[in-house]
Design a binder for this molecule. Sequence first.
Ligand code: ADP
Ligand code: MG
Ligand code: MG
Length: 383
Amino acid sequence: NEVTTYDFKNIIANFKISSGNFDIKPFGSGHINDTFLLTTEPGYEDAYLLQKINHFVFKNIDGLMNNMLRVINHLKEKAEKAEKAEKAGRPAKETLTLVQCKNNKYYCQDHQGNYWRMTLFLKDTQSYDLVTTTKQAYQGGCAFGNFHCLLCDLDPALLVDTIPDFLNIEKRLDSLTIAIKKNSAGLVRSVRSELFFLLERANSMGEILQLGRAGILPLRITHNDTKFNNILLNQHDEVQCVIDLDTVMPGYIAYDFGDAVRSIINTAAEDEKDLDAIQLNMPLFEAFAKGYLGKTVSFLTEQELKSLVKGVLLLPYMQAVRFLTDYLEGDVYYKTHFPGHNLQRARAQIQLFKMLESKKGKLTDIIQQEWLQLKNDLGVLKA
Ligand code: ADP
Ligand code: MG
Ligand code: MG
């Protein structure tokens, strides 16, 4: 039992909260951190989330927590301004609130060397692993669009890369090439067709990076883990808050758009075995794009708009490269549930990529139509 593994009494004593007899339970379905809900029964009056930050994945905890604090403070400042400007009417956009430690930092270490942080638990919220309705998809688009919009005036240079080269496709392809050369598990011959497919597209997949280096795409502050379960919705399925800020760092907005679409548009699981079951749910894509563009139309550049579909193709491609690399290396990074799991995952992402590639024109049209509509509405408003 996880709950008995840690010295919670001493860990909690580091934080500036009124001491109490907390009930402690593992919480949520995140795969990276270990999350615990702290409540004082009855009635949940003070509820906190205590997280053990995964310091095997995140090597620079101090940098990570500085990023998180900076971003949260900026979001909160913006929310207040927006609220004042619009007077009443809309509920304040909620953001995460970090609980300070007695040493005035926002994280602490336990005797075992683990790192811990605490946030206020946001009650009456839900996160979903799977998107099922267009309303949810639209709200997801609004959430990440608003996140980009609120952070578009914060200098990305103020943030550190919490995982260096996390979404750098050139580096990911270098790792694949090394894995092919080493062939440590002797599997290269068995995946020749998959490798051929991926390597044939290697150049075109570097486009976002190249445009970024050429200064054509601006570096912005991006979330970099835009899975749907990193948004909290209220009981009416309206967005409350973007969470899981560990990977917030400088990036290109097409990455966030692409990764969100990767999970929303796929009718099957990320590791689907039956490739025919992998279809595109276009209504969910359309709803997500509508929500996203509505929040970003005021500042996205034309180049960024064009890059969105590139991101939609890049993210499944990059995931396929990563799964296949791990397969060739003998499953050293991703947890696998059976032999060949990483290969099955890679094949599913390649299939998703193929479907997206064949619908590229349609995806581009949907974005373009929505953009023109929004620009038109803005023009009418100004006139
Ligand atoms: P991981 O990096 O492991 O995914 P998250 O920060 O996403 O960790 O947290 C895991 C889960 O905990 C989330 O998917 C969400 O359901 C829940 N959660 C996280 N923060 C809060 C919060 N402040 N209030 C309510 N629920 C939260
Ligand atoms: Mg998460
Ligand atoms: Mg995470």
